[in-house]
Ligand binder design. Structure first.
Ligand SMILES: Cc1cc2nc3c(=O)[nH]c(=O)nc-3n(C[C@H](O)[C@H](O)[C@H](O)COP(=O)(O)OP(=O)(O)OC[C@H]3O[C@@H](n4cnc5c(N)ncnc54)[C@H](O)[C@@H]3O)c2cc1C
Length: 447
């Protein structure tokens, strides 16, 4: 690669705050809300035009699809997301669980309102591009936006970018699997014009199951219902309408009374790196092409979809895995599967795993604790990480990436950052009992 020298320049300081959260997905929203509730100045910056991350940008509405009668929940801000969505009329029955989906566009308004209510300063259309680090302490972030390059100074920064963008730029140790091993990326889409009764009748007669697509389960999942469709794609492939290796199957989620399938997760593309510009560009364009092929197959081979048409694409590619920090503690799949407990627990999450073909559904009340150490980068202080880029091995990612789990790490990070500001100690040295007390006061279950 060729390089050029850029001239040194002065960067205007756009704002100063106590806690700066970069990225506003489930983790970032929870982090900012939790921090603001501790009474410290909090700012949230987001690169796109809405808060919500994958929920609003990739239309991933099935935030609680793992929930069954026996599931033990974390009881934090994630549950508030669902309650607020219900108050907005933005929820519908999720087809495979006792949960409701949160409607993607309505959730934009839910998030706006929650951010406003908590008095959080915020910028949309604001990309965090660089970490400002002095003597291994993060002191802020450089942003790029339509108004140019700015700095936001902060006593604590929480990286909720999903890709550990800020931690990586700050020089914190990060890992990223080779792209051949990363989870796939998706272009989500929705359809209108679905004949609901006809489609649901077809599903009832041809029910999908988790065992149909999972390669590893705990056994009890194999016969559980899954809104998974593969037959239309197999038939289209037989006819030469879909090439080999793409569109092997996918999920529908909720259906409105007026025949809209609001979230179809059927395009899953492997071998792409969500931090690589060429891969991102290819994935957006190829994903749309595959989505249109999927709609053709649905129209031809799925009763109820005969007159369906494209309603919407997610506003951005949905990504599931890229960089992760190497934290003070690296979560393992064994810990997730064996009810791990930690003295620095900041929350619990039910034993729900879904990635790489591994599926475990929390029907039995089992859960694991999440240690603060998984949010704390090894070598850079006053920086915390929450969401899918927290520290963990491959199999633990199958649980830690889940949206509700991201709200747990977000709420833990936001609370810890704020407590550390109030107590004037760095985030790495915060008194974990104080953090746990604050979380319990917010109704979070930590053990
Ligand atoms: C198609 C698909 C289906 C999925 N299905 C499920 C499911 O059913 N259930 C489930 O629980 N999980 C599911 N997941 C996984 C889940 O959506 C993610 O793991 C989760 O959203 C991660 O949350 P997060 O807060 O870490 O990051 P994200 O939701 O990715 O949010 C990151 C936010 O940060 C912003 N951002 C990124 N970089 C910057 C930057 N440098 N500066 C400023 N802003 C930035 C982004 O725009 C985004 O708003 C799915 C994922 C995909 C893609």
């Amino acid at each position: 690669m060729n390089y050029i020298e850029e001239p040194a320049r002065k960067t205007p300081v756009l704002a100063e705050t106590d806690v700066l959260v970069v990225g506003s997905g489930p983790s970032g929203l929870a982090a900012a809300i939790a921090s603001a509730r501790q009474g410290v100045d909090t700012m949230l910056v987001e690169r796109y035009g809405c808060f919500g991350g994958n929920i609003t940008q990739a239309m991933v509405e099935s935030i609680g699809w793992y929930r069954h009668e026996g599931t033990v929940e974390s009881d934090g801000i994630g549950r508030e997301f669902e309650i607020r969505a219900r108050e907005f009329g933005g929820e519908r029955k999720e087809p495979q669980s006792v949960s409701q989906v949160v409607e993607a566009d309505i959730f934009k308004c839910v998030a706006d309102q929650m951010v406003e209510k908590e008095g959080i300063d915020r910028f949309l259309h604001c990309l965090g591009v660089e970490a400002l680090v002095r003597e291994n302490q993060v002191i802020g972030v450089v942003t790029e936006s339509k108004q140019g390059r700015n700095a936001i100074l902060a006593k604590r920064v929480i990286d909720c970018t999903g890709d550990a963008d800020i931690a990586f730029r700050a020089g914190a140790a990060c890992t990223k699997a080779p792209k051949s091993q990363l989870e796939g990326v998706s272009v989500s889409f929705g359809c209108s014009g679905v004949n609901r009764e006809r489609f649901l009748d077809y599903v009832q007669k041809n029910p999908g199951s988790l065992g149909q697509w999972a390669t590893e389960t705990s056994g009890k999942e194999n016969e559980m219902f899954s809104p998974y469709l593969s037959e239309p794609f197999a038939r289209a492939r037989e006819k030469g309408e879909i090439p080999d290796g793409v569109l092997t199957g996918g999920y529908w989620s909720s259906l409105t009374d007026t025949g809209e399938a609001t979230y179809l997760n059927m395009v899953y593309m492997l071998g792409l790196d969500p931090t690589d510009l060429a891969d991102l560009t290819h994935a957006e364009i190829e994903g749309r092409k595959q989505a249109m092929m999927a709609i053709d197959a649905l129209r031809k081979y799925t009763p109820g979809f005969e007159n369906a048409r494209l309603r919407t694409f997610g506003s951005s590619l949905g990504t599931r895995e890229s960089r992760k920090i190497k934290g003070r503690h690296i979560m393992t799949g064994d810990e997730v599967k064996n009810q791990a407990a930690f003295s620095d627990s900041i929350g619990i999450f039910p034993e729900f795993l879904d990635a790489y073909g591994v599926v475990v559904i929390p029907t039995t009340g089992r859960f694991f604790q999440i240690p603060y150490g998984a949010l704390v980068p090894e070598s850079v202080d006053n920086l915390l990480v929450a969401g899918r880029c927290v520290s963990g091995d491959k199999i633990s990612h199958a649980a830690l990436r889940q949206m509700m789990c991201c709200t747990v790490t977000g709420q833990g990070a936001g609370t810890a950052a704020a407590v550390s500001v109030k107590e004037k100690v760095s985030s790495a040295r915060v008194n974990i009992q104080r953090v746990q007390e604050a979380l319990k006061k917010q109704g979070v279950r930590i053990q």
